[in-house]
Design a binder for this molecule. Structure first.
Ligand code: SAM
Length: 281
């Protein structure tokens, strides 16, 4: 009989993934970490039985949280990633030759060590790139004391339970804003609005009080079940209005070859269905 992992994120709705081979199952200092093989998604990483990333579909999530703000901004030099321990976010940021420095602040050294060993296809050498500075710390503590100067801040967190909870607070968002350059952009993972609407609403309420341009954009990632996922977008700059031909020019100049991101998808991602736009204050 085959073994299945049932996700524990929602009280009355769950997805299950078949475990073809359990590759790792252990408690870190912060959370229970598993990696298993699944025929459709390849290697799957779960923390406390919630899917974090998979070999098969992580490209959608990582490309949309990196290329979109970086190409919208157009002159990104310094990037801060909060969370992101599997290395997939750093991988995509570092594809941009124009990015000189990336700080990645991950609370759990266990996730990084483990991902380097068992999920090298996610980081693809990003941890060895001299432009990456890895800090093992709570992102909320880091943001309180950083000198800032980041053009883009990406919050690649777990959901707002456990260690990730603090990354969804008004205080954290306010301190993140202070760590941005004047036209810098904050992007956050905000769950699947069909199932986690309150989470998006709360973030959007905080963003509205902080940023001139506060909204969210969407992408559908199969293993974040329940419809499209929302990404918070907050900036005092005008990057959202960057015309398509300008985005295309920046995209061509960057010389990247993503599997999901295109400039047209970039612009379309900001079109919100009614049930999502009603969650924005
Ligand atoms: N994309 C995934 C999702 O939405 O399911 C999450 C990706 S995973 C790389 C998120 C990372 O955030 C984990 O490695 C976790 O250890 C880290 N994390 C959680 N709380 C944190 C905090 N307060 N500071 C820094 N990193 C944190």
């Amino acid at each position: 009989m085959s073994t299945w992992i049932r996700e524990t994120l929602h009280p009355d709705y769950a997805q299950s993934l078949r475990v073809d081979e359990m590759l790792y199952d252990s408690e870190t200092d912060h959370q229970r970490l598993k990696v298993f093989q699944n025929a459709t998604f390849g290697r799957v990483l779960t923390l406390d039985d919630v899917v974090q990333t998979t070999e098969g579909d992580n490209f959608i999530y990582h490309e949309m949280m990196t290329h979109l703000p970086i190409l919208a901004h157009g002159a990104v030099n310094r990037v801060l990633i909060i969370g992101g321990g599997d290395g997939g976010m750093a991988r995509e940021v570092l594809r941009h030759r124009s990015v000189a420095h990336v700080t990645m602040v991950e609370i759990d050294a266990g996730v990084v060590d483990f991902s380097r060993q068992y999920l090298p296809m996610l980081s693809q050498g990003a941890f060895d790139d001299p432009r990456l500075e890895l800090v093992i710390a709570d992102g909320a503590d880091f943001i309180r004391s950083t000198k800032g100067g980041y053009d883009v801040i990406i919050v690649d967190s777990t959901d707002p339970i456990g260690p990730g909870e603090v990354l969804f607070t008004e205080t954290f968002y306010g301190q993140a804003k202070r760590a941005l350059t004047g036209d810098g952009i904050l992007v956050t993972q905000n769950g699947v609005p069909f199932l986690q609407g309150e989470e998006l609403h709360n973030t959007m309420r905080a963003f509205k009080a902080l940023f001139v341009d506060a909204t969210c954009y969407l992408a559908t990632i199969p293993t974040y079940a329940g419809g499209p996922m929302a990404f918070g977008w907050g900036t005092d700059g005008a990057a959202r209005a960057t015309p398509l031909d300008v985005l295309q020019g920046r995209f061509d100049a960057a010389g990247i070859a993503p599997e999901y991101y295109t400039p047209a998808v970039h612009q379309a991602a900001f079109a919100l269905p009614g049930y999502v736009s009603r969650l924005l204050p």
